[in-house]
Unconditional design. Structure first.
Length: 92
């Protein structure tokens, strides 16, 4: 169903080239699929087109770990137990 959603977002983006929302939607789907290299320029385009009040949120979405991302273990200072830097999100 991702392909169907991407097709809908592509069609919406073609009909209104100044609307950031379909570009952002497609970027989020690609990111969820692990296609971060394809999603990055779309996040940038969406942020460029978006009104000022949405730019920070778009940039946060672009830099947040994807839902299926594995946690990265970061050692704590002074030899304490390592802590995960991101919590894994259970897949539906």
């Amino acid at each position: 169903r991702f392909d169907e959603a991407i097709a809908v977002f592509d069609e919406a983006a073609k009909s209104n080239k100044q609307d950031f929302r379909p570009i952002l939607g497609k970027a989020l789907i690609l990111k969820d699929q692990g296609k971060t290299d394809a999603a990055k320029p779309l996040f940038a385009s969406a942020a460029e087109l978006a009104p000022a009040q949405f730019k920070d949120q778009i940039n946060q979405l672009a830099s947040a770990p994807s839902p299926g991302a594995s946690p990265t273990i970061v050692p704590s200072p002074a030899g304490g137990a390592p802590t995960p830097s991101a919590s894994p999100t259970p897949k539906p």
